[in-house]
Ligand binder design. Structure first.
Ligand code: HEM
Length: 449
């Protein structure tokens, strides 16, 4: 493989738009588009995109390729070492135009699209409230919310669990973790959904935007009082009271972003992980053994579930939810042998990297929690890495592990569809069409001879 960056021919640059930029946009810049996801998943469109990038790398004999994305000259970085260097470097910022435009439609000052994380203390505020790198200070309260809602779903959800069931789970858990136990607000969810649909088109729904901001401001200081303890709003209000924020922190934007990502994480990653577990009976048996051995889902028990966590991380690797990590060069710099000018874009295709046979070998297209738990797989970038990595990583791992552990504690899951073939996991999975049967242990026992 050559060390120099190569520029794509005009024909290949157009094909790159066709295979990468256009499907990515149609699938949803902010939230997945149901009709397109179903269509693309049926046609295995994700595999075609993967094959195309592999073909480019082989033909140009380089892991640094100059492409257009969508209309800006962009360096596509495929080499694992260079990927890590880019994410560790402060020569670039995670606020390219397209990402900023999409996020700003609903959370204009959110840290995730802020070029300068120090502005208004945004990174410190987020990592502080979300307790990045630690078990959250309110983990006991969150464990209670997660266990109560997950039990409610498996006990009352009917013979099959479908997408609307997981949507409701995501709404109920995310709102209570953010606003406080028992605090549910349907209007907030409706406003958020409307704004996100519009943000996919890079537009803003002005009336939902205004309503949602007012709701969040009220929940930060309900009638001049403090939010209830044991929720993110409480931690945020304490940071404000302690003088750790300024108007430039834009707490409302940060909290709006949490509402979006926490709901999205639960509704998407719980059914997808259950689907993979259900499609691999040996994994399911092992997961359930770990959960049984851990006992009641206390914060401590949830934190210790390493095999459940490996299943979750494997799901995130196989169906990487943020497949493109885009950066904007803030000064002239070098990536490998490529010179990058200020304002040029750098792209890391995490989705491609996580399925790259050169990196992951035979595990690339397989669900491999045993290897992941043993630390035998290369690094993944599902939460990005280094100084601008996901600020909610510790919190979201905890919440998702808690849901999975509670659901799998008393039930075995069967996947009615869409089917998954072990060893050849599809590149896109139509979670909108998911159907999972939860078989309670009592029934399993009764069926034994
Ligand atoms: C499994 C679910 C999640 C995944 C896979 C994920 C992944 C990511 C990734 C890849 C980034 C970097 C994006 C980029 O550089 O373009 C990011 C940033 C961020 N995430 Fe998450 N995230 C998840 C859930 C959450 C949750 C639940 C929260 C908060 C409640 C959160 C808060 C943030 C914040 C604040 C940033 C911006 C960090 C910065 O720019 O310094 N994330 N996330």
């Amino acid at each position: 493989m050559g060390r120099d960056a190569r520029t794509l021919s005009l024909w290949d640059a157009l094909r790159f738009l066709w295979h990468v930029a256009i499907p990515g946009t149609l699938l949803g810049v902010v939230v997945p588009n149901r009709a397109i996801m179903s269509r693309f998943a049926r046609r295995d469109r994700g595999r075609r995109t993967h094959r195309f990038i592999r073909e480019l790398r082989a033909r140009y004999r380089s892991e640094l390729l100059w492409v257009w994305f969508p209309f800006r000259r962009t360096l596509l970085v495929l080499s694992p070492a260079a990927i890590d260097d880019v994410l560790a470097s402060d020569d670039n910022a995670p606020d390219p135009w397209l990402k900023k435009r999409a996020i700003s439609r609903f959370a204009p000052e959110a840290l995730v699209a802020s070029g300068d994380a120090a502005e208004g203390n945004r990174r410190t505020f987020n990592t502080g409230v979300l307790d990045l790198g630690h078990v959250h200070r309110d983990a006991d309260a969150f464990a209670g919310i997660v266990a109560g809602e997950s039990r409610r779903l498996v006990d009352n959800g009917g013979p099959a669990l479908r997408w609307p069931d997981f949507q409701s789970l995501g709404r109920r858990i995310s709102q209570q973790v953010i606003l406080g136990a028992g605090r549910l607000d349907d209007t907030l969810d409706d406003d958020l959904a409307r704004m996100l649909r519009r943000a996919n088109l890079l537009l803003r729904d002005a009336s939902s935007f205004g309503d949602l901001r007012r709701r969040i401001e009220t929940s930060l200081a309900p009638a001049g009082a403090a939010p209830p303890s044991g929720c993110l709003m409480h931690a945020a209000a304490r940071a404000i009271a302690a003088g750790n924020t300024s108007p430039a922190t834009c707490v409302t934007s940060q909290a709006t972003f949490w509402c979006f990502v926490l709901k999205d994480a639960v509704e998407l990653h719980v059914p997808r992980t259950l689907a993979l577990i259900a499609a691999h009976p040996q994994v399911q048996a092992k997961v359930r053994d770990e959960i049984r051995a851990a006992g009641a889902p206390t914060a401590r028990a949830i934190d210790g579930l390493r095999y459940v966590e490996a299943c979750l991380v494997e799901q995130l690797r196989l169906w990487t939810p943020v497949p493109l990590l885009l950066r904007r060069a803030v000064r002239p710099s070098r990536i490998g042998n490529a010179g990058v000018d200020t304002e040029q874009q750098v792209m890391i295709h995490a989705g491609f990297h996580h399925r790259d046979r050169r990196v992951f070998g035979r595990a690339a297209d397989a669900f491999a929690p045993d290897e992941a738990a043993a630390g035998a797989l290369p690094a993944v970038y599902v939460f990005s890495a280094h100084a601008r990595s996901c600020a909610g990583e510790s919190l979201v791992r905890f919440v998702l592990k808690g849901v999975l552990a509670t659901m799998l504690a008393g039930h075995r899951f069967e996947l009615a569809g869409p089917a998954i073939a072990p060893g050849r996991i599809p590149h896109l999975y139509d979670h909108f069409g998911i159907e999972l049967r939860a078989v309670p242990d009592a029934r399993t026992a009764a069926m034994r001879p």
